[in-house]
Design a protein around this ligand. Structure first.
Ligand SMILES: Nc1ncnc2c1ncn2[C@@H]1O[C@H](COP(=O)(O)OP(=O)(O)OP(=O)(O)O)[C@@H](O)[C@H]1O
Ligand SMILES: [Mg+2]
Length: 454
């Protein structure tokens, strides 16, 4: 680790030498200035600076000017003020303006060392925190959403715009299209990125618990409620609340959610108190909310509250040009994580991959890549390495579908043939044959009788 660099601004030469001596012993790199002007010049020239130690009373420019300049150009660098006798009032003023702390003359060396060490430690923590947040942004940012289709580019562009606002976002799309990924990217691109993202899976919490989970409760709200509990809304204060599978929310919770969105206050169960919350809401669903409204299962007024900034992620089959890029990205991850070395895909295999309808969307593709990573021992993916459902599609896509009518059979004959084949396959076991044919045992017995089968 590099040693910290301190800038010392002190016009009294004897004092400057003393500080230099004391702090050099501590192993710091030092820059020395005899005036405010000189100090500000060094400040602008040395980006590696970690801390400024300045006397309050200098010549023309004062320590306060140095402080102001540092706050303006290097807001992350702490400023420590050294005050003379009778200037404590100005020191308090300096603190108000953002100085880290002050120390009075005559300076106690140990106290000074401790103050500096603590200020540097705090700065290091702040930097770690920033790096961590940058890491999160990378882990959950828009760059993580792999795509090259114009449709996805448009979704990402809109989402990036929405991220800058506090407006409620509703993400829709089929299962596995990346709704959660997009919701997280919005949070981490938003001004709330440093605050929590609290995710609630509305489908994962039983109806009886959802209200206490979301809104919290006060002691005595119900038999077991001895202490109060914060709801997810309170936990998301100043951050983002991600309500996943919003279509699964029951009527009571829907009514309460509507009120919270309207008033931005939460009333914990069993309480009389309301709590103001500052939250940004992002919702997601793979259900057709207008359809649910028609069936009376989703409140129309709530829908309009949520439908402020709508984003719809198209299914993967509508953007096949994303498939090769996703494939590459998933293989790249597997190479990092498990040393999988697959670099190519044969034209036949690629044709199958892009022709598949991907009902499970990107999640299904991800699973397919996992399968391929186990079945493919060479560096090129061929049709044989693909999961069965893709290879099966190959058969029906390549061969013309045989015409059953051209066989000139009656429906009865076809049914009889199917029963015989299933019974044969099940070794005469009627229950098993029923399972193969997807009919009940009784139905099968009835039909066997009809066709005189044993
Ligand atoms: N464009 C993409 N780039 C990279 N990974 C993606 C992309 N879209 C989806 N994924 C990955 O696919 C998987 C499913 O994504 P996600 O959970 O966000 O989907 P979802 O729409 O929320 O699905 P569900 O409706 O089933 O909850 C995740 O592993 C996610 O990382
Ligand atoms: Mg999801």
């Amino acid at each position: 680790m590099r040693s910290a660099t301190l800038l010392i601004i002190e016009d009294e030469e004897r004092m400057r030498r003393l500080l230099e001596l004391v702090l050099q012993q501590e192993g710091y790199d030092l820059l020395l200035a005899a005036s405010g002007e000189e100090g500000i010049k060094l400040l602008s020239e040395h980006s590696e600076l970690d801390l400024v130690l300045t006397d309050l009373q200098l010549g023309k420019l004062s320590g306060l000017d140095v402080l102001e300049e540092t706050k303006k150009t290097r807001p992350d660098v702490p400023v420590l003020i050294v005050t003379g006798y009778g200037t404590v009032k100005s020191a308090v003023e300096a603190m108000r303006k953002g100085a880290y702390d002050y120390i009075s003359k005559p300076v106690d060396h140990d106290e000074l060392k401790i103050l500096i060490a603590r200020a540097l430690e705090l700065r290091r923590l702040a930097q770690d925190n920033q790096a961590l947040r940058a890491g999160l942004r990378e882990q959950f940012g828009f760059d993580r959403i792999v795509s090259r289709s114009p449709a996805m580019a448009e979704v990402k562009r809109l989402a990036a715009d929405f991220a800058q606002t506090d407006a409620t976002v509703l993400v829709t799309g089929e299962s596995g299209t990346g709704k959660e990924l997009l919701a997280r990217a919005i949070h981490y691109a938003s001004p709330r990125a440093a605050r929590p993202l609290v995710a609630v899976n509305c489908a994962g919490i039983p109806e009886s618990l959802i209200e206490s989970e979301l809104f919290g409760y006060e002691p005595g709200a119900f038999t077991d409620a001895r202490k109060s509990k914060q709801g997810r809304f309170q936990l998301a204060h100043r951050g983002t609340l991600f309500l996943d599978e919003i279509g699964e929310l029951g009527p009571a919770a829907q009514a309460k959610l509507l009120r919270v969105l309207e008033d931005r206050v939460v009333e914990p169960l069993g309480g009389t108190r309301s709590v103001r919350v500052d939250i940004r809401v992002i919702c997601a669903t793979n259900q057709d909310l207008p359809g649910l409204i028609k069936q009376g299962r989703f409140r129309e007024d709530l829908y309009y509250r949520l439908h402020v900034c709508p984003l719809t992620i198209p299914p993967l089959r509508e953007r096949p040009e994303d498939i090769p890029m996703l494939l590459d990205a998933f293989l790249g991850t597997l190479m990092h994580e498990r040393g999988v070395r697959i670099h190519h895909v044969s034209p036949d295999a690629l044709r199958l991959l892009t022709a598949h309808p991907w009902p499970g969307n990107v999640r299904e593709l991800h699973n397919a890549v996992e399968w391929i990573s186990l079945s493919c021992k060479e560096d090129t993916i061929r049709p044989d390495h693909l999961p069965p459902q893709l290879r099966a599609a190959a058969g029906s896509a390549q061969k013309e579908r045989p015409s059953l009518l051209s066989l000139g059979l009656s429906v009865e004959e076809v049914e009889k043939a199917m029963l015989e084949e299933a019974l044969d396959k099940a070794g005469g076991n009627v229950s098993e044959a029923g399972r193969i044919l997807k009919i009940t045992r009784n139905t099968l017995r009835y039909r066997m009788e009809k066709y005189g089968l044993k």
